[in-house]
Write a protein that binds this ligand. Structure first.
Ligand code: GLU
Length: 494
């Protein structure tokens, strides 16, 4: 990071995450939130949550709730926000309309903004003209020179209008904490619409006012906003307000290296949470979407990230979203959990699948079942397919599944009868995995091919091609259920 940024950080660090509640909070927003959080924490600064809901049609209260819920779940706690208030509130743009109005009126009065009465048809034909010339469309400036009388006349006639900002054509240069020196020719921007009316400001205007009013020192956001920055700088200059320090985070790319989008599936934080990724996984994973510690370390808790994070190690190049890595990290964090905790985390999936009831959540049996899958689980949701057979009354499977190698049905039936006889001989109080294993293994070894005993038994107990071993399953099922399942398997064979 260049020296001058370091100096700026010496002041109060105030950063913000400013999501628009127009859809579920997605991984890109969450990554931006994380980097803001880390930077704030690292510098003992403030982390502000602002809900940018000026787009009345697309903003929905349930999405605003989702933003809050997911950020809380990730543990990215803010110091000011709509739910907790703060010195610079309100923190929802829809509640700040009087503030924007004041600034809009000021700009109008100083003739830094003007009313534009052009119709949509006129604007469209201008756009088409620019396209035909191979240029980016921009406003012709037609209404910028209207006289007072002309404006009065249009207003009297009730002509609809929008408010345009008088842009200056100049070179805009700023130093970005990630990208370094960035230059734009603002002549390409043209006079932009900043409000549909005095009570309906648009993003680029509202964001400038809010960042100023909320004393934001650093604007850290995705680089899809890079082209908005010169527009915002132009407005800051016109308003005579300071420019925050900008940091544009690299784009998140799908595995095919194209910009991550809906095409890559549902990337909402909610969908990852529902699939059974842990918050510590996502935090660790997202940190590496644009940052790395500069060495081989891969596992970072949130506090560890706070310690390590710096913009010097944030890359410019797009960051690839590697789902294998996400699964690897989740497996790692799953294995860090105690069996009891993991049972608690898996329980909602089993309840939803109708396999257990709420009352069963804290049972020792459940922790035991879950512990069988701890090594293998990549996402919590997988537990229902892996462990459903423990909870079912009757298993349904193809009879061929009971077949080991070349065994024929009568042989399988005999094998099951033998297991049944042996297991029936074990006292309930001696019904432990170890005892079951010792006794059955002795018998299985005798046959020269253990599979002849163990395979049909395991399938009878689980109904699955792959599962945990028959001894641990039998222990958990208990004697009665174990014998019952062997009987049922024999019925399936006949
Ligand atoms: N509301 C904007 C968004 O959700 C925030 C842009 C910004 O951080 O300035 O993308």
């Amino acid at each position: 990071m260049p020296e001058e940024f370091k100096l700026k950080i010496a002041g109060d660090v105030r950063v913000r995450i400013a999501p628009s509640p127009t859809g579920h909070f997605h991984i890109g927003n969450a990554r931006t939130a994380l980097f803001n959080y880390l930077f704030a924490k690292k510098n003992n600064g403030s982390f502000v949550l602002r809900i940018e809901d000026t787009d009345k049609e697309r903003s929905k209260p349930e999405y605003a709730e989702d933003i809050i819920e997911e950020l809380k779940w990730l543990g990215l706690n803010w110091t000011e926000g709509p739910d907790i208030g703060g010195k610079y509130g309100p923190y929802k743009q829809s509640e700040r309309l009087n503030i924007y109005r004041r600034y809009l009126e000021g700009l109008l009065k100083e003739n830094k903004a003007y009313r534009c009465f052009c119709t949509e048809d006129e604007l469209e034909s201008q756009r088409q003209y620019h396209y035909s010339q191979g240029e980016a469309p921009r406003y012709s400036g037609k209404c910028s020179q209207l006289s007072k009388e002309e404006i009065e006349k249009c207003l009297k006639e009730g002509k609809p209008w929008v408010l345009r900002f008088r842009s200056k054509a100049k070179k805009i240069v700023f130093e970005d904490m990630v990208r370094g020196r960035v230059e734009f020719d603002s002549g390409l921007i043209g006079d932009m619409v900043i409000a549909k009316d005095l009570d309906t400001p648009l993003y680029n205007f509202a964001v400038v006012i809010d960042d100023f009013e909320m004393k934001i020192s650093h604007v850290i956001r995705g680089d899809d906003h890079l082209s908005n920055t010169p527009k915002q700088i132009l407005m800051q200059e016109a308003l005579g307000i300071p420019q925050p320090q900008y940091a544009h985070l690299p784009m998140i790319l799908g595995e095919d290296r194209s910009k991550m989008s809906k095409r890559h599936g549902d990337t909402s934080v909610l969908s990852y949470r529902k699939a059974g990724y842990l918050p510590e996984t996502l935090v660790n994973f997202m940190a590496f979407l644009g940052w790395n510690p500069g060495d081989e370390r891969e596992i970072f808790s949130l506090p560890a990230l706070v310690k390590e994070f710096s913009f010097e190690k944030v890359q410019k190049a797009g960051a690839i979203f590697n789902s294998q890595r996400l699964d690897f990290l989740n497996g790692f964090y799953i294995r860090q959990k105690s069996n009891e905790k993991l049972a608690e985390l898996c329980a909602p999936y089993l309840i939803e699948a109708g396999l257990i009831r709420k009352e069963d959540v804290l049972s020792a049996e459940l922790s035991k079942i879950i512990s069988l899958y701890k090594e293998r689980l990549k996402k919590l949701s997988e537990i229902t397919d892996l462990a459903d057979f423990f909870f079912k009354d009757k298993l349904v499977y193809e009879k061929d599944l009971l077949k080991w190698k070349t065994m024929i049905y009568p042989e399988i039936k005999d094998s099951l009868s033998l297991s049944e006889k042996i297991l029936s001989g074990i006292n309930k109080k001696d019904w432990t995995k170890e005892n079951i294993e010792n006794i059955l293994m002795a018998e299985a070894e005798k046959s020269g091919d253990r599979g002849r005993i163990l395979w049909p038994l395991r399938v009878a107990l689980s109904g699955k091609k792959a599962s945990a071993g028959p001894f641990e399953i039998a222990e958990i099922l208990g004697k009665e259920k174990t014998i019952k399942r062997i009987e049922e398997a024999k019925e399936i064979l006949s």
